[in-house]
Design a protein around this ligand. Structure first.
Ligand code: CA
Length: 239
């Protein structure tokens, strides 16, 4: 089955250039130029990846990104923001709105294709594992939902992918560099400190309903472990 890439871009020439190249790469491509219709189409067709322009009529790319991230059935779809702005502040705004990656125009087509591929690699493969379980934490990979006991845990897309990585190999210590590469992707625009920020959010969400199973290994990284406090001081390592 072909992956569907949705291009949300109002510059027709660029949208068509992207469509041509993505189709050549073997993807199905849908183009949308306006926010409200684009979101409706995302909900209807569940694309594998979204390429999202920053400046659009109707709704801005950031607004669209936030709306997608607020809708449970489409919130984990990877989003690559396309923008003419290279300002640090805008980059942070885009990532803060929930974008997974960020490309500044003008970009090269091979670079963009590599980023699309990288997002697809990280998207969960359908019909493999259906759930990951560790103690009372259960991740439903089909519904993309996390539960602790009977409690539904709301996680952002990055926290979801972080937890997934930890749950795939309980006890294994993942370095910040490894997590950055595999949760955020090869094109790193984030500092390793960002990992700590998202781990903190993940902990906060999970720990409302049970003990802290995330182990901080100082100067190294993180693991999921039933007895996390045994070796390390989690509290001070988080400061
Ligand atoms: Ca535009």
């Amino acid at each position: 089955m072909k992956h569907l890439v949705m291009v949300i871009e109002d510059e027709e020439a660029l949208a068509l250039l992207l469509k041509y190249n993505l189709e050549k790469e073997g993807y199905d491509v849908a183009i949308e130029s306006r926010g409200n219709k684009a979101i409706a189409e995302v909900e209807k067709n569940h694309p594998s990846v979204i390429l999202l322009d920053w400046m659009l009529p109707e709704l801005s790319g950031v607004e669209i990104c936030k709306l997608i991230r607020s809708k449970p059935d489409i919130k984990t779809i990877p989003i690559i923001m396309l923008t003419a702005k290279g300002e640090e502040e805008d980059k942070i705004k885009g990532l803060g709105a929930g974008a997974d990656d960020y490309v500044t125009k003008p970009f090269s087509i091979p670079e963009l294709l590599a980023r699309v591929k990288s997002q697809l690699r990280r998207a969960p493969e359908p019909h493999t594992e259906k759930e990951l379980v560790f103690e009372d934490i259960r991740m439903d990979l089909v519904e993309k939902k996390v539960f602790r006991g009977d409690n539904y845990i709301h996680l952002g897309p990055t926290e979801f992918r972080l937890l997934k990585m930890l749950l795939e190999t309980p006890g294994k210590v993942f370095s910040r560099e490894y997590l950055l590469k595999n949760v955020w992707g090869d094109n790193i625009y984030v500092e390793s400190r960002t990992v700590d920020v998202h781990i903190r959010r993940l902990r906060k969400s999970l720990n409302d309903f049970g003990p802290d199973y995330i182990r901080t290994v100082r100067a190294t990284g993180y693991a999921i472990d039933a007895n996390p406090a045994a070796e390390e001081d989690n509290v001070s390592a988080e400061a």
